[in-house]
Write a protein that binds this ligand. Structure first.
Ligand code: BV8
Ligand code: ZN
Length: 231
């Protein structure tokens, strides 16, 4: 009855055609983080930020889940134990790939948030600046995204799951952003086996017991098969 916690990052969606953040052609090469992924940037130029997320929502809607997303859903379905996916990604490819036990710790493109009353609703494909909140009526709609300097979502639930994990796997994340990059240290402290699946070692690669390098659409299904064979 092993408990598995899986942290995913932009690399798991790369082969679905969604840009990662830190590749040369990545999202941060085209936009300054400070301008589009901070509350200060949103306050300074809400139209730029709303447009940035409208563009990414459109790209995510056109993308398809890949073999790695589907393999994680198969693991959740067939594994004799708990499987929790904690994603830093804001696309909905894990849901569309079949994952159910899923936490979007950095928010989601398909969700809108009221900056006044914290009400959430399904985001329109194209969000307008100052759109009215369906609950309190304030013209304060914003992308339901965790920007730098904001607290990621469901941290208690995540730390609780990590403290009880037998296996912790990080897939397609460069290990640059905290608190997510600190999860492997928590998992090791809790006595979990830790594995990194990536094209190359991440910034916290040395903290993992093991690494499997290669494109996620090949490495993730192979790893899932190895787990299900042991069940
Ligand atoms: C917080 C939403 C505190 C936006 C994101 C100094 C000043 C200010 C802050 C800090 C500071 N030092 C540290 C901090 C904290 C800061 C932080 O960590 N900064 C870093 C950059 C130094 N963190 C925060 O601000 C967090 N909040 O600390 O709050 C607090 C405390 C109390 C009360 C209130 C607040 C919030 C962090 C969340 C920010 N939002 N995303 C959006 O998506 O637009 S983070 C952003 O980076 C994305 O969400 C993404 O998930 C995340 C990490 O990127 P990766 O997913 O790892 O992607 P990346 O491109 O980097 O790497 C891709 C990887 O995939 C690579 O390793 C590559 O090799 C691999 N890959 C590529 N292709 C493939 C592949 N692997 C396999 N197969 C392939 N085919
Ligand atoms: Zn509201």
């Amino acid at each position: 009855m092993s408990k598995i916690v899986i942290l995913t990052g932009a690399g798991i969606s790369a082969e679905s055609g969604i840009e990662t953040f830190r590749a040369e052609t990545g999202l941060w090469a085209q936009h300054r983080v400070e301008d589009v992924a901070t509350p200060e940037g949103f306050a300074r130029d809400p139209a730029l930020v709303v447009e940035f997320y409208n563009m990414r929502r459109q790209l995510a809607a056109e993308a398809l889940p890949n073999a790695a997303h589907k393999a994680l859903a198969r693991l959740e379905e067939e594994h004799n134990g708990d499987v929790l996916v904690v994603t830093q990604n804001v696309d909905d490819l894990h849901e569309r790939g079949g994952s159910k036990n899923l936490i979007h710790m950095h928010g989601a493109l398909n969700s809108a948030l009221c900056a006044v009353c914290q009400h959430r609703w399904d985001a329109p494909v194209t969000m307008q600046v100052g759109a009215a909140c369906p609950s309190c009526g304030a013209q304060a709609a914003r992308p339901d995204i965790v920007w730098f300097g904001e607290m990621p979502y469901q941290m208690d639930r995540i730390f609780d799951a990590i403290s009880r994990a037998d296996i912790f796997v990080a897939i397609g994340t460069s290990g640059n952003v905290y608190p997510a990059a600190g999860f492997v240290a928590e998992a090791a402290r809790a006595g979990a086996q830790t594995l990194e699946i990536n094209l190359e070692r991440s910034a916290v690669g040395a903290q993992f017991d093991e690494a499997q390098l290669g494109p996620a659409t090949q490495t993730v299904p192979a790893w899932v098969d190895s787990i299900l064979r042991r069940d």
